[in-house]
Design a protein around this ligand. Structure first.
Ligand SMILES: *Cc1c(COP(=O)(O)O)cnc(C)c1O
Length: 374
C-alpha cells in the first residue's frame, strides 16, 4: 500500500544537499561559529525578502516573540502587567512568550472560518490596560492585518505578528512580518523556511527596537564585555544562518509547489463531512496571503477520519489537539469559556503537504478522503 508521510523533511532537504554541505563546510573551515558573516548576510537577505528595514537572528521563534516584548519594556513602551490580545487557538508558544515577559495574555476567540484573530472580537477585548495586539498567521494564512492595524491605530496599540508559520505570505504587496511594529519568525525544521535545528528571527520597523533585541539576545551587549542591560543568550548561529541562506532563495518556488498541491486537494476532495479550508472563493494561485504551512480540513468525526486515513497509509496530524487554555501548564489562568476555540480543536485535521509530494501521493490522499465511509 502507498505510504504518504505527513512531511518528508529528509526528502525536502535532500533537494538542497550538495549546496548545504558545501556551505556548511565553509563555516567549519572559517573557524567562526557565532555572530559572524553568515548571520549578518542572512539578516540582510531575510529583511529584504520580508520588505522590512531590519531583521535580527534569535535562537528560536519563542525567544523571538519574547525578545520583542522585552525590548518594548526596555523602551518604556510596555509596563509589566500590560495586556496583550492573542488568539485563543494558537500554538502555546505565543502565550508562553507573553507570560515570560511578565505581561497579561488576553485570549480572544478566532474567526471560525479562517481560524485567525477576529478584529471585531479583539476590539471587544480592549481595556485601558491593553497595549499590544498579537495576531498569529495560523497555518500560513495571513491574519486580517488591515483590520488589526486599524484597531491598533484606533486604540494606540503595538502590533506584534507571530509569523512562525507564514514566511512569504503576502497581501497587497506586503509580506508577513512587514505589517506589525515587529514580527517573530521561527525556522524550526518543519516550518516553511526551516533550518537543520532551531532558529528564529525578529523583524522590526523601529531601529531602536531592533538594536535592543540584538543586545538582549547577546547577554545585553553590543560590544564584547560591555553589558548595557541584563540580557540572555538567544542567537542564530553561523551553521543555521548558512543553511537558511541556501534555502531562502528557493522559498517562493517551494510555496508555489505547496499551492499546486492545495489546488489539487481543493479540486479533488469532495466529501459531505469533510470541510475544506477557506480560500475566500479564490484558487490557491490567487491567494498570495496564504503560505500553506498546513492544509487543515474540518470534520465532526475527526478521529474516525484520522483512523481511516491512517489505515490507507495517509499520515495526518492535529494542530492542535488541546487548546492552550486547557493545558495543564496554564491551568487556572484563563476561566473564559471559549466554545469556538474548543470546537476548532475538536474538528481540525492536517493532511500531508510538502513540496516534493508526487502526483501519486496527492491522488492517494484525495481518493482516501473521498472513500471515507460516513
Ligand atoms: C513554531 C511556532 C512557534 C515557536 O517557534 P519555535 O522556533 O519552535 O520556538 C511560535 N508560534 C507559532 C504559531 C508556531 O507555529
Amino acid at each position: 500500500m502507498m505510504d504518504v508521510p505527513f512531511l518528508d523533511l529528509r526528502l525536502l532537504n535532500a533537494a538542497h544537499r550538495a549546496e548545504l554541505l558545501d556551505r556548511l563546510a565553509r563555516v567549519v573551515d572559517s573557524g567562526w561559529y557565532i555572530q559572524g558573516a553568515e548571520l549578518a548576510a542572512f539578516e540582510d537577505e531575510f529583511a529584504r525578502y520580508c520588505g522590512v528595514p531590519q531583521a535580527v537572528g534569535a535562537a528560536n521563534g519563542l525567544d523571538a516573540l519574547w525578545l520583542v516584548l522585552e525590548a518594548w519594556k526596555r523602551q518604556g513602551r510596555l509596563r509589566p502587567g500590560d495586556e496583550v490580545i492573542v488568539p485563543a487557538n494558537t500554538y502555546i508558544a505565543t502565550i508562553l512568550a507573553v507570560l515570560r515577559a511578565g505581561l497579561e495574555p488576553v485570549l480572544v476567540e478566532p474567526d471560525p472560518l479562517t481560524c485567525n484573530l477576529d478584529p471585531a472580537a479583539a476590539a471587544r477585548a480592549v481595556t485601558p490596560r491593553t497595549r499590544v495586539v498579537l495576531p498569529v498567521h495560523l497555518y500560513g494564512r495571513l491574519a486580517d492585518m488591515p483590520g488589526i492595524c486599524a484597531l491598533a491605530a484606533a486604540h494606540g496599540l503595538l502590533v506584534l505578528e507571530d509569523a512562525a508559520q507564514a514566511h512569504g505570505a503576502c497581501l497587497d504587496g506586503r509580506k508577513a512580518g512587514a505589517w506589525g511594529d515587529a514580527a517573530a519568525f521561527s525556522f524550526y525544521p518543519g516550518k516553511n523556511l526551516g533550518a537543520l535545528g532551531d532558529g528564529g528571527a525578529v523583524t522590526a520597523k523601529d531601529a531602536e527596537t531592533a538594536r535592543i533585541v540584538r543586545a538582549l539576545g547577546n547577554y545585553g551587549s553590543h560590544e564584547k564585555y560591555v553589558h548595557e542591560m541584563e540580557g540572555v543568550n538567544s542567537r542564530l548561529d553561523e551553521m543555521q544562518a548558512a543553511v537558511l541562506r541556501v534555502k531562502l532563495p528557493h522559498l517562493d518556488r517551494e510555496t508555489a509547489a505547496r499551492r499546486r498541491i492545495v489546488a489539487a486537494y481543493l479540486a479533488g476532495i469532495r466529501h459531505p463531512s469533510i470541510r475544506l479550508p477557506d480560500t475566500a472563493g479564490l484558487p490557491p494561485a490567487d491567494c498570495p496571503w496564504h503560505a500553506w504551512h498546513l492544509f487543515v480540513v474540518r470534520c465532526e468525526r475527526r478521529d474516525a477520519l484520522r483512523q481511516w486515513l491512517e489505515r490507507q497509509g495517509v499520515r495526518t496530524l492535529i494542530h492542535y489537539p488541546t487548546p492552550p487554555h486547557r493545558q495543564q501548564a496554564l491551568k487556572g489562568r484563563f476561566d473564559a469559556s471559549l466554545p469556538i476555540t474548543d470546537r476548532i480543536h475538536r474538528s481540525v485535521l492536517s493532511l500531508p503537504l510538502w513540496p516534493g509530494m508526487t502526483d501519486e501521493q496527492i491522488g492517494h490522499v484525495i481518493s482516501a478522503c473521498n472513500a471515507f465511509d460516513l
